[in-house]
Write a protein that binds this ligand. Structure first.
Ligand code: NAG
Ligand code: NAG
Ligand code: NAG
Length: 264
């Protein structure tokens, strides 16, 4: 699991900040109170106005106050004592969920200053290439990616970096907001494109996941003659098994995480 920590410091009260994270990442929402002294004794409160109760995390006199905390955040938040000692309010949330996306407000009681942080949560997964069909001179490949957010785009490429024409289904969305996307690519026997890449990209989070496949030259043995009966059938079955085995064996996935990250 990738672990990503985003730390953004708000330099002036009232200025909203965007923090982006992927589902499962560890997130830190930070605001700088500009108080160079230790503020651990003070009262501060993180909240989300779209929730009832709206309290995400309340801190008083070096303690977390659980009363009135929204149950969705129970046991999932903490303030960094180290940062409080430097006048910075850092709310740590491990393993962020899609439902955590929203506008967070931090109220620092001593100065009555309010700080805003907008947390955006995305999701990504690697696409899977499957063999859909072999018919005569053509091979149909499918590529599917599940559980993306926000809506991604899918494309097929050859190794020369050329976009290949494919039929892509519009991404459909589940009740849990996640998108599935799929596409089919027809590869002709005479096609020079033997090494193919299925790429899923999400622009806002700059997320890219790729899966590659190599189709060997002897992939179309040319045994399938039109009009042949049982022999042809066996041949087709044989080709299907061969194709399936090669695809299974050669599929390799590249994970490209495009967000700034460091291991934590
Ligand atoms: C957060 O606030 C921004 C503007 O301040 C608004 O566009 C956005 O819809 C809000 N997001 C949520 C989840 O409430
Ligand atoms: C997306 O894929 C998941 C996992 O296979 C499945 O449970 C879900 O029904 C799919 N969603 C849609 C809208 O097809
Ligand atoms: C997206 O990520 C790639 C690879 O990390 C990087 O080269 C590119 O500049 C990023 N694009 C944007 C718009 O941030």
């Amino acid at each position: 699991m990738e672990v990503l920590v985003l730390l953004l410091i708000c330099f002036s009260a009232g200025e909203a900040l965007n923090v982006r994270a992927l589902v499962g990442d560890d997130v830190t929402l930070s605001v700088d109170t500009k108080t160079s002294s230790d503020i651990g004794e003070n009262v501060m409160e993180w909240s989300r106005t779209d929730l009832t109760p709206d309290i995400v995390h309340r801190h008083e006199n070096r303690r977390t106050i659980y009363e009135h905390q929204n149950p969705a955040y129970r046991g999932r938040t903490m303030l960094s004592a180290e940062d409080l000692a430097r006048g910075i309010i850092s709310l740590k949330m491990p393993r962020v969920r899609l439902a955590d996306e929203g506008n967070y407000t931090c109220l620092f009681k001593s100065t009555e200053n309010m700080y805003s942080v907008h947390l955006l949560v995305g999701a990504a997964s690697s696409p899977v290439i499957t063999l859909e069909e072999v018919k005569g001179e053509v091979l149909v490949l499918g590529c599917r990616a599940k559980g993306w957010y926000p809506q991604p785009k899918l494309s097929w490429w050859n190794t020369d970096g050329h976009l290949l024409p494919a039929i892509t289904m519009p991404a459909n969305q589940e009740e849990d907001r996640l998108y599935n996307i799929s596409s089919t690519l027809v590869v002709e026997r005479k096609s020079p494109n033997r090494h193919l890449i299925c790429r899923v990209h999400q622009e806002l989070f700059n997320q890219t996941r790729e899966t590659e496949i190599h189709i060997p030259e002897n992939f179309f043995p040319g045994l399938v003659q039109p009009g042949r009966t049982s022999d042809g059938l066996f041949a087709v079955t044989g080709v299907l098994i061969l194709v399936a085995m090669v695809i299974l064996g050669i599929c390799l996935q590249k994970h490209l995480s495009k967000l700034p990250k460091r291991d934590g």
